[in-house]
Write a protein that binds this ligand. Structure first.
Ligand code: SF4
Length: 495
């Protein structure tokens, strides 16, 4: 079973070990720099990229504005095509629904297409608790699962592993899960891919139940879309008799024509490909006599904090995300800290704005995530749906600093006033008083200049963290106003 993110420490603490791990930093630097250079080249080939980006933003914003309408339309379309739609308010409800559906088939094994939504709700762990084994079939997810690890990147969950580490994981763990790795396995990519292929094939051929997410859901026809590079998704979507798809409610697009935009921007932004090697689309169920595909299809529509996020006028833009991971690959903080430090299946810049909105800011890690950024803006520049991540980060910092903790109790959002920022508020009140009393301000400045040799080099108490990484500005020997009066001979403010 993969590790979980429950009880993670705050970002700076979690990032500390990663920053001091030269192997991890080397792996991340190599991978992110390679992908970002390829992405830049793939994007530069498209002359109307800016227009595509704007179109993607507009389509997502329009859909989110009318989400209630499109969700009902989607439910009708899926039902008409033979599928069954389930609504899950949170992770527990989604896990209960999926577990019940698998149990109803009498099966104790499922094969999975890579899916962020099922990781978000901890579905594998919930299934395991009921005696159902979930097998990840995406190569990187397989590496993470066999290594009892956690994903650290949206697109390449095992980006923190190099080839030697992957060879060791395969050789050590595959036999406990099914077909063992071949003897004498080396770390060449072709051999590693072949070992995974052989290991997974027997699972594909045996599985009666498949579980997926979806990149998009088309409201007008009830069609779900999965884009992937390995073909494992196509196997999971066509071979098992029962397919259960768990999808966040924001993944909807109104029409097939809208897909045209995203099927251009997503592959170039994620894998730097002109089009995806495998784009699988399915609508409801299929007839066993005439076609491949599921005989039974269930769609679980997941909220889990999304409607709360939608209610926030600034933060809601995070729901436009198409999970391309371009923002991770350009982020200087992600490159050094790695994905695990973000304490969520959503790492990097998008994770820093999505996790605190989906989960609230009650935990140490979620309250620290809006600060896990230098606000350089590189993430916004590359985002194919123009999410202004720095804007949302600043907005969430404000919420953490002023509003205290935002927690979710079931479907309700609860605001708990902050306790830890009393010193900051007192300092702001004192500054307001001083700035509105010029005489007192002048006396204070002169006193500060005269006593400057006695000033501490670092601030005590809550200010300690601030001066821990920067120098306290030196107080000048003479206040500016006195210098101005002495050298310019005039009076301040024209007096
Ligand atoms: S925020 Fe934008 S760049 Fe980052 S994963 Fe989402 S769509 Fe891609």
């Amino acid at each position: 079973m993969s590790g979980t993110f429950v009880g993670m420490p705050a970002f700076p603490k979690a990032a500390h070990d990663a920053v001091n791990n030269p192997t991890l930093r080397g792996n991340l630097r190599h991978a992110t720099h390679t992908i970002r250079a390829k992405r830049a080249k793939a994007v530069s080939e498209v002359s109307d990229w800016a227009a595509l980006r704007e179109a993607g933003k507009q389509i997502k914003d329009h859909t989110l504005r009318h989400l209630d309408r499109y969700l009902v339309q989607l439910e009708e379309s899926v039902t008409r095509a033979g599928g069954t739609v389930h609504w899950a308010a949170d992770a527990d409800e989604a896990n209960r629904i999926v577990t019940g559906l698998v149990k109803a088939t009498g099966e104790s094994e499922v094969v999975k297409v890579k899916s962020m939504a099922t990781q978000e709700i901890g579905l594998n762990e919930a299934l395991e608790a009921e005696g159902i084994h979930a097998y990840e079939t995406d190569l990187a997810e397989l590496i993470v699962q066999l290594g009892k690890d956690r994903p650290s990147h949206i697109l390449v969950p095992a980006i923190h592993r190099n080839r030697g580490e992957i060879r060791d994981i395969f050789a050590r763990e595959m036999s406990a899960w099914g077909r063992p790795a071949p003897d004498g396995l080396t770390d060449t990519p072709a051999e590693l891919a072949e070992a995974a292929r052989l290991h997974l094939r027997e699972k594909f051929l045996r599985a009666k139940v498949g579980i997926s997410g979806a990149n998009f859901m088309v409201a007008e026809t009830g069609t779900l879309v999965v884009v992937e590079s390995e073909g494992n998704g196509r196997m999971c979507l066509t071979l098992p008799e029962t397919l259960i798809s768990v999808v966040g409610i924001e993944k909807i697009v109104p029409t097939w024509q809208d897909l045209e935009v995203f099927l251009q921007t997503l592959p170039r932004s994620s894998t730097a490909e002109r089009m995806n090697p495998y784009t699988s689309m399915w609508t409801g169920t299929t007839d066993a006599q005439t076609a491949d595909g599921p005989r039974t299809f269930h769609l679980v529509l997941l909220d889990n904090g999304r409607t709360d996020t939608l209610a926030d006028q600034v933060g809601r833009q995070a729901l436009r995300c198409i999970r391309c991971s371009a923002c991770l690959n350009v982020c200087p903080v992600y490159e050094r800290a790695g994905g695990h430090a973000y304490g969520s299946v959503y790492p990097g810049p998008i994770g820093a704005i999505l996790s605190p909105q989906l989960r609230g800011t009650a935990s140490e890690i979620d309250a620290s995530l809006p600060y896990a950024s230098s606000l350089c803006g590189a993430c916004y520049e590359v985002c194919p749906v123009a999410i202004d991540i720095p804007e949302v980060l600043v907005h969430l910092r404000e919420r953490v600093a002023q509003g205290g903790q935002v927690t979710r109790q079931g479907t309700k959002v609860v605001l708990k006033p902050a306790k830890g920022h009393a010193a900051e508020r007192a300092a702001m009140r004192a500054a307001r008083w001083a700035l509105s009393h010029p005489g007192a301000l002048r006396t204070g400045q002169r006193l500060a200049s005269r006593t400057r040799r006695l000033h501490p080099r670092a601030l005590p108490g809550p200010g300690k963290a601030w001066t821990g990484s920067r120098d306290l500005p030196a107080v000048p020997a003479e206040p500016f106003r006195d210098w101005w009066q002495r050298t310019q001979g005039g009076k301040e403010n024209g007096k």
